[in-house]
Design a protein around this ligand. Structure first.
Ligand SMILES: NC(=O)c1ccc[n+]([C@@H]2O[C@H](COP(=O)([O-])OP(=O)(O)OC[C@H]3O[C@@H](n4cnc5c(N)ncnc54)[C@H](O)[C@@H]3O)[C@@H](O)[C@H]2O)c1
Ligand SMILES: O=C(O)C(=O)C[C@@H](O)[C@H](O)[C@H](O)COP(=O)(O)O
Ligand SMILES: [Zn+2]
Length: 372
């Protein structure tokens, strides 16, 4: 199966771009890029990747780019969340300058969400902005992070606190690369699929319930359909509120207030984004019961799907106080007050402001519920 989703964002610098999901896409990357005027040769291609992905796929990507007429350079960072930092971004900027890379380049982000966010951020800032192409190699990156243009890095003070919006010129996802993905990383991608389906679509959520066994077994055709559905849904949401200024795109942050705080409290890379978001979804369902009188069936349904997709409740939670401190950095807060994205039902979300006392009580109750 091959899917191509056009994302239209009139009024932004990249007015539209294609997300191409296709087995064998990696070997066609050069031709696909060459067909997009803003990133065609004679631009120089600079591939930014991590060491794990470089060992697996950089050779093929280089060949595909060279065959299409690109001059190719590559830079690899350590694998994992710790690379999403200003220091690593600074090293990459320095390396680009030392190699004489000019504005007539295109950055190719080859990897998971960490590389996509980091390389996108580097492209966003280098010489005031050069184009980027996203080549996602994890399920999470295919279903979520490669689309929509959020790029950035973490600070010691919090998750994704520095960044920008840089829409890619092209997203090229080759699902065949998922064959090398460890099971834990598959589960991370499923967390974002569950989030998107729960928040945005009746139809998608019920499809998910029907196909959970095939997804858990990594059935290829079903996984491809989940990727295509997730991309279509994210494209629709992003088009309504590209820079998250209208409180619409914020729905994609379901499960992320606690999720990001857990990642921060554990230390960058100690807990993966997907597993943290899965716990955040469970917490959000609990919060909706407490604050909005939502029936427990919703949390039970979400918990069941997460369990089935390899995302059981975390076996250990970090210190509640550290997590509360980390929650204070959430970018959805307004006038110092936290705002949670909660669900009244599948596809019906709302922004729930919570006072500091309410949040402390809620997190305390969740920690007790989880026996922590
Ligand atoms: N920008 C957005 O909209 C957005 C959306 C969701 C998540 N994110 C960010 O994405 C990051 C998480 O991304 P992730 O889960 O992809 O993590 P990741 O990029 O760290 O990748 C996970 C691991 O898988 C390895 N890997 C990647 N592709 C592989 C392959 N095909 N085969 C074998 N190993 C492979 C990587 O080297 C890494 O060790 C977080 O920083 C999160 O904040 C951003
Ligand atoms: O694309 C979005 O918008 C999202 O919120 C997607 C999230 O899955 C993703 O983790 C994103 O990076 C979170 O953004 P942030 O603005 O909360 O840093
Ligand atoms: Zn996320």
């Amino acid at each position: 199966m091959a899917t191509s989703v056009m994302i239209s964002l009139p009024g932004t610098e990249v007015a539209s771009y294609a997300v191409r999901v296709r087995t064998g896409g990696l070997d066609r990357l050069g031709d696909l890029m060459a067909a997009v005027p803003a990133c065609a040769p004679p631009r120089r291609a600079v591939v930014i990747t991590d060491h794990t992905v470089a060992d697996l796929y950089l050779g093929r990507v280089r060949d595909a780019l060279r065959q299409a007429g690109y001059r190719v350079s590559s830079l690899a960072v350590a694998s994992g969340e710790a690379s999403k930092s200003l220091a690593v971004a600074g090293d990459l900027w320095g390396a680009l300058a030392e190699r004489g890379v000019g504005r007539d380049c295109v950055v190719v982000a080859l990897g998971g969400g960490v590389v996509g966010d980091l390389a996108g951020f580097v492209a966003c800032g280098y010489q005031r902005g050069v184009p980027v192409v996203q080549v996602p190699t994890t399920l999470l990156a295919m279903v979520d992070s490669s689309v929509g243009g959020k790029v950035g890095v973490n600070l010691p003070a919090g998750k994704n606190l520095v960044g920008g919006f840089l829409q890619p010129q092209l997203v090229c996802a080759d699902p065949a690369v998922l064959e090398t993905l460890p099971a834990r990383e598959w589960a991370c991608g499923f967390a974002e699929v569950v989030k998107a389906a729960a928040v945005c679509g009746d139809d998608f959520f019920f499809w998910l319930l029907d196909h959970v066994a095939q997804l858990a077994a990594h059935d290829f055709a079903t996984v491809e359909e989940a990727i295509a559905r997730s991309v279509v849904l994210k494209a629709d949401v992003v088009a309504t509120d590209v820079a998250e200024t209208a409180d619409l795109r914020v729905c994609l942050n379901y499960g992320h207030t606690l999720g990001h705080a857990l990642e921060h409290a554990v230390g960058w890379g100690g807990l993966s984004h997907g597993h943290a978001v899965a716990e955040g979804i469970r917490f959000a369902a609990f919060a909706a019961e407490r604050l909005r009188g939502v029936a427990p069936d919703l949390g039970e349904a979400l918990g069941g799907v997460l369990d089935a997709l390899g995302l059981p409740p975390l076996s250990e939670l970090p210190s509640r106080d550290r997590v509360l401190d980390a929650m204070a950095c959430d970018k959805k807060a307004r006038a110092g007050q936290a705002r949670l994205v909660l669900l009244d039902d599948v596809g019906r979300w709302a922004i729930q402001p919570v006072s500091a006392d309410q949040l402390r009580d809620l997190v305390g109750a969740w920690w007790r519920e989880r026996g922590a």
